[in-house]
Write a protein of this length. Sequence first.
Length: 176
Amino acid sequence: MQKAVEPAIEALLAADDPCIRWKVRVKVLGEDPGSAGVRALQEEIRTCPRVRRLLSERDGEGQIPYHPYAKWHGGHWVLAALADIGYPPGDESLIPLRERVYAWLLSEAHVQGVPIVAGRARRCGSQEGNALYALLTLGLADERTDDLAGSVKPRTRSSIGTNEAQPSAWRAIPPS
C-alpha cells in the first residue's frame, strides 16, 4: 500500500461506524468475509445506529409501509443498503421486505411495463440487479431468484406484450 494512503486507511479502520470498518477490511484490504473477525464485525453492524435507522420504519409484521422502490425508504432500497454495508446474511426478520420486493418486481404490471421506444425494448435492469445483489448477499434468495434474474431480459413476445406493429422490437432482444 502506498504510504500516502496508509493514514487514511488507518483512520477509516478506527471509525466508530462498523459499516465503514467492514467496507475497508473487506472491500479495500481484501480480508476474507468469512473470517471470525469480519463475522464479529457484521454482528456489530446488525445493531449499529445506521441499521436501526434503516429498519426503523418496519411495522409489526416486519414490512415498511411504502412502495418497495420509494427512494431510500422502501424495502428495495433498505435491502440494497444493508447488503452494501455488510449486514450479516440469514436474518429471517428481513423476509417480509424480501416478499414485498419479489411481489413488486415479479408482478405482471412490472414485467409487462417494459417500454418499447423506437421499436426496441428498453429495460435497464438496475432495479432487478440491486434486488438480486441484496437478496443473494443477505442470504435471502429462494426459488424465485432465478425468475427475477430471468425477468431482466424478456425471452418471448408474450413476456412484454404483443408488438405486431413494430416487429423490429423483437430483433432488439437477443435469443436466450
